[in-house]
Design a protein around this ligand. Structure first.
Ligand SMILES: Cc1ncc(COP(=O)(O)O)c(C=O)c1O
Length: 397
């Protein structure tokens, strides 16, 4: 697999060697249960404590505001279910969110709707960005909670989270943000994000899969999510994933301290990709061209089936994605691209290219070398291409 060109870092990332190194002792001889009283157990408890301190320092929050979870999906489930329950206690059953949240938020909201909550889904417009003015208009006397993602996982657009959080605060409304795709790609400081609850995931930042965190403002008392033992202050029971936690802390430190250097390195690669791909016929960049993370580009190619494009890139040794990994395998077009107003057939022909600190210019050049030929081949095979070619442009809904 060493010749693989991996350009699907929004789906998951490789574990960095430094993360692997700090984890290794906890996968080997330091295997004690952190709840045990003997020294082997105390060593695990000490490692978890240090990890919590290190993360708090990197993110600029209090160590007691960090709760380890199994990743972004669990953090989102915990945050949305608990915040809705807290708001409902004071009779507030209206929630504000957006049309293009991750399914780990959207599916929870849909379940809450069945339980009598009302949800307003803010539009994200053609550029894939929520408008603060829309949020202001959506507030009602019974609004108790707002959940909006920081960076969209499919198109990479950055949402005005600080302003949204400030507005929620001014209205006395709890605010959660899914920041899974933001950490390591945008400057990250919890104290300026104005979020009461924030979801993070390790495997997007070169830590292993199965570890993440929910950061909870210490003024908020969340109900327990998993009951059992006293781990995570009794709110999330279960023997801790010590190696994962230690690796996650290292990855968070590296993600925060390395954001600027990574973005400076990747900016020319992103610009090259964009310039060359936009030279192709009937291609569109999805999401705002400026207000987006450097690591993510998402294009739609008219007259192309996304799945076929991915398979042909795979045959050339290149891993990309056509939407979020969670929805690939389904024939439904991405809900994110539909929220931008793209028609179904164009949303189907999308390609997400997501880079990491390990991405090289040679890899980008290889993609640029093979992509035009693949697009051409697929279009020649498409019965629709002749007609599409002669149409003026894509008709947004
Ligand atoms: C924005 C966003 N939120 C949540 C998740 C889920 O995270 P995890 O895979 O750690 O459960 C992902 C993963 O794709 C994501 O991109």
């Amino acid at each position: 697999m060493s010749n693989i060109i991996y350009l699907d870092n929004a789906a998951t990332t490789r574990i960095s060697s430094t993360v692997r190194e700090v984890m290794e002792p906890y996968l080997d001889n330091l295997y004690g249960n952190a709840s045990s009283l003997y020294s082997l157990g105390r060593e695990s408890a000490r490692a978890i404590h240090k990890a919590r301190m290190d993360i708090a320092e990197a993110l600029n929050c209090d160590p007691c505001e960090i709760y380890f979870t199994s990743g972004g999906s669990e953090s989102n489930n915990w945050a949305v279910k608990s915040a809705a329950a807290l708001a409902a206690k004071s009779g507030k059953k209206h929630i504000i969110s957006s049309e293009f949240e991750h399914h780990a938020v959207l599916h929870v909201l849909q379940a809450l709707e069945k339980q009598g909550f009302e949800v307003t889904y803010l539009p994200v417009y053609e550029n894939g960005i929520v408008r603060v003015s829309d949020l202001e208009k959506a507030f009602r006397p019974d609004t108790g909670f707002c959940t909006l993602m920081h960076v969209n996982n499919e198109i990479g657009t950055i949402q005005p989270v600080s302003d949204i959080g400030a507005l929620c605060k001014a209205h006395g409304i709890l605010f959660h943000s899914d920041a899974v795709q933001a950490l390591g790609s945008v400057k990250f400081d919890i104290s300026v994000l104005n979020a009461d609850l924030l979801s993070l995931s390790g495997h997007k930042i070169h830590a292993p899969k199965g570890i993440g965190a929910l950061c909870v403002n210490n003024k908020i008392r969340l109900p327990p999510y998993i009951v059992g033992g006293a781990q995570e202050s009794g709110l999330r029971a279960g023997t801790e994933n010590v190696a994962g936690i230690v690796g996650f802390a290292k990855a968070v430190q590296e993600a925060v301290s390395g954001t600027e250097a990574k973005n400076s390195k990747l900016l020319p690669l992103k610009e090259k990709l964009c310039k060359e791909i936009m030279k192709l016929e009937k291609v569109h960049l999805n999401g705002d061209p400026e207000q987006r993370v450097v690591t993510n580009l998402n294009f739609s190619f008219e007259g192309i089936e996304g799945e076929s494009l991915l398979l042909m890139l795979d045959m050339a040794g290149i891993c990309c994605s056509s939407g979020s990994a969670c929805t690939s395998g389904s024939l439904d077009p991405s809900h994110v691209l539909l929220a931008l107003g793209l028609p179904h057939e164009i949303a189907h022909g999308s390609l997400r290219i997501s880079m990491s600190q390990y991405t090289t210019e040679a890899e980008i050049d290889k993609l640029l070398e093979v992509l035009p030929g693949i697009i051409n081949k697929l279009r020649i095979m498409s019965p629709l291409w002749e007609r599409i070619k002669n149409q003026c442009s894509i008709q947004k809904k």
